[in-house]
Design a protein around this ligand. Structure first.
Ligand SMILES: [Ca+2]
Ligand SMILES: [Ca+2]
Length: 328
């Protein structure tokens, strides 16, 4: 095909000797169980949109009218107007395929292949671990997982706690956001499971379990069980330092201890068991008994106060916060 580019000064390519359609495929991406193809088609005999056909491994599988706005194409070929783009997602099994796109002729001329290429679609399961949350006696995991080889069908996720396989969970809950991102996979790929677990700090890892070809894939690992909370007050109260705050160990409803360090020295061990209705409102499953509040004598001058929460179970110390205070 010998054509030059039509310009605003002439409305037909001046070297045109062909009536055949032309165009390009300029973007191809693996959509996990589908291949997305974007490109454009022009038939020189019309300014109207032309059709593109997609062939996979020699079989015609999809047809699309190339009518999307492509200002970049219109700048190169102003005689034909702006509406010649296509953007099509074709469901396809994982692995290697030969994909061809043909431009469909209008009027005189013949259909033309825009090109053929190998396309490799990943067979690996994929997804996301959205939340890992320690609770008294259990660990909650939420997220989603799908496998291109299973399509709209659900797969399983396997949860490992501290390196040991703990349980398998079916990822079949309704997740419309996944369908919006991958329409060909549908919405039923979510998981939300509460797994029984002992107290203490744990490392929780969740894997998407492979179907068909491919391998299990890690969705993520999280450390859970560390206490959390806040140091609310550190202030001088007439020659002593008021220290107050709250802390919860997520794997128990029981109060835990906090250790207060002043200028780097372990100074007090407190039970964080005082009633804090404000904390209970935010974390109702743990009850109110999680506050600490004490008055610690100190000499005049500036002091640095550090507070650590002592984890239930393994007894590790989790940093809660620090503040400077001047004792007058
Ligand atoms: Ca034609
Ligand atoms: Ca697979």
């Amino acid at each position: 095909m010998r054509v030059d580019e039509a310009t605003r000064y002439h409305n037909r390519p001046c070297l045109q000797q062909s009536d055949n359609p032309f165009g390009a495929v300029d973007f191809v991406s693996d959509e996990k169980g589908a291949l997305r193809l974007r490109g454009w088609v022009i038939d020189p005999n019309t300014g109207w949109p032309a059709y593109a056909h997609v062939y996979v491994d020699g079989a015609a599988v999809a047809s699309t009218l190339a009518k999307l706005a492509r200002p970049d194409v219109a700048r190169r070929y102003p005689a034909y107007g702006p509406h010649h783009g296509f953007d099509i997602t074709v469901p396809m099994s994982s692995g290697l395929h030969v994909v061809c796109v043909a431009a469909i002729n209008h009027g005189p001329g013949n259909n033309q292949f825009l090109g053929c290429a190998f396309a490799y679609l990943s067979p690996e399961p994929f997804g996301a671990l959205d939340l890992v949350q320690a609770k008294p006696g259990s660990t909650r995991i939420t997220g989603w997982a799908a496998d291109p080889d299973k399509g709209t069908g659900p797969i399983s996720v396997h949860t490992y706690i501290d390196g040991r396989l703990h349980s398998a969970t079916r990822a079949d809950r309704y997740r419309p956001d996944i369908e919006r991102a991958y329409p060909h996979l549908g919405p039923y790929h979510g998981f939300d499971a509460t797994l029984p677990s002992s107290g203490g700090d744990h490392e929780v890892c969740v894997y998407a379990f492979n179907e068909g070809s491919g391998h299990n894939q890690r969705l993520g690992c999280r450390k859970v069980g560390q206490p959390f909370g806040n140091v609310d007050v550190v202030r001088d109260e007439g020659g002593a330092i008021r220290v107050s705050g709250w802390t919860i160990d997520p794997d128990t409803v029981d109060p835990i201890k906090v250790h207060v360090y002043i200028d780097g020295h372990a100074t007090r061990s407190l039970d964080a068991n005082r009633s804090r209705s404000d904390v209970e409102r935010v974390y109702p499953e743990y009850g109110p008994a999680h506050g600490f509040n004490d008055l610690i004598p100190a000499v005049r001058g500036e002091h640095v106060v550090c507070v650590f929460a002592i984890s239930h179970g393994r007894g590790t110390a989790e940093y809660l916060g620090w503040k400077k205070v001047v004792v007058a």
